[in-house]
Design a protein around this ligand. Sequence first.
Ligand SMILES: Cc1cc2nc3c(=O)[nH]c(=O)nc-3n(C[C@H](O)[C@H](O)[C@H](O)COP(=O)(O)OP(=O)(O)OC[C@H]3O[C@@H](n4cnc5c(N)ncnc54)[C@H](O)[C@@H]3O)c2cc1C
Length: 341
Amino acid sequence: MGHQQHSTDAYDVVVVGGGAAGLSAALVLGRSRRSVLVVDAGEPRNAPAAHMHGYPSRDGMPPGAFLAEVRREVAAYGVGLVRDRVTAAEPVGSGEFDVSLADGGRVHARRLVVATGLVDELPDIPGVAERWGDDVMHCPYCHGWEVRDRAIGVLHAKASGIHQALLFSQLSDDVTLFLDGTDEDELPDSDWQMLAAAGVGVVSGKVGGLVVTDDALSGVRLADGRVFARSVFVVPPRMVPRDALLTALGARTRETPAGPFADVDPTGLTSVPGVWAVGNAAGPAEQVVNAASAGYRAGTTINADLLHTDLERAAALRRAGVFSPEGERAVARARTARTGA
Ligand SMILES: Cc1cc2nc3c(=O)[nH]c(=O)nc-3n(C[C@H](O)[C@H](O)[C@H](O)COP(=O)(O)OP(=O)(O)OC[C@H]3O[C@@H](n4cnc5c(N)ncnc54)[C@H](O)[C@@H]3O)c2cc1C
């Protein structure tokens, strides 16, 4: 990461997480001459994948190269970038926070963007973790085109198995759904009809592991020893938001198909004043382009919020004819917001 020394310990905005969501917020805030610090632990969700797809103009770019390019763009506007981990954010009133870093540092943030992403908890099947992001995957939009026409296995899960099998059937005529111990009778007739219409095969029995040949997936082994030749395996990760900071701040959650995620308004504002949550920290379905979009929207909203906060305070003090040190600071802050001085 292109580290940049941050010369002050007070920022307009501290962005927690330097993936697409956080960096996008930082980019627009930096371009608005805001003082911004991005603290990033450096574990973006799609790191295991060799290529990133579906981002207009960057389709197929390695994820690490994409983020390096955005960091370069962001740093050019004076945004501070540090490789560290935020361990706590303590409200100090007026939607402002004292932010603690793992290295012992402490910075002040007038507003907070939580862009910490999520963790994919993988099914406990031997071989799955090792091949995750390669020929074991979850997302037809991320890698589906690349595995078109191949022999694809789909691991059944109550919430997603049928849907995933149907989606991948659009990409290959050779899709098999592995029920993994789910009783055939548990699938309603409507599911069987859709699977048949899509040409999806179904295999009963518990999945025992993957067969790998020459560093490539070659089969799915059932617990009873039978092996089905497959070169792609689709699994349902449990998507868990990295929301420890939000939980500690008491942010409200909402139910999603993947479980509770932060409840945010269309700009990413959480129920905690001054705290925005964007990208996968706020929703399981966000792809890179959506995460970047959410970060951008939060950034513009925060810029306007700070601008109005400062100018309203300055205008009130002027109206009252008060020329206190506080008043002068407020006016100066508003001036800094306009000029970046
Ligand atoms: C294998 C795989 C392949 C994928 N392929 C694609 C694809 O091709 N196209 C696509 O659009 N989407 C793809 N995705 C989805 C993509 O990864 C997400 O949409 C994207 O990463 C979300 O961006 P984000 O900024 O919200 O989170 P992330 O990219 O996960 O970034 C979050 C960052 O925050 C940091 N962080 C977390 N907690 C802290 C903390 N307390 N302090 C400081 N930093 C912290 C993390 O270390 C990380 O660097 C893929 C996902 C997977 C699992």
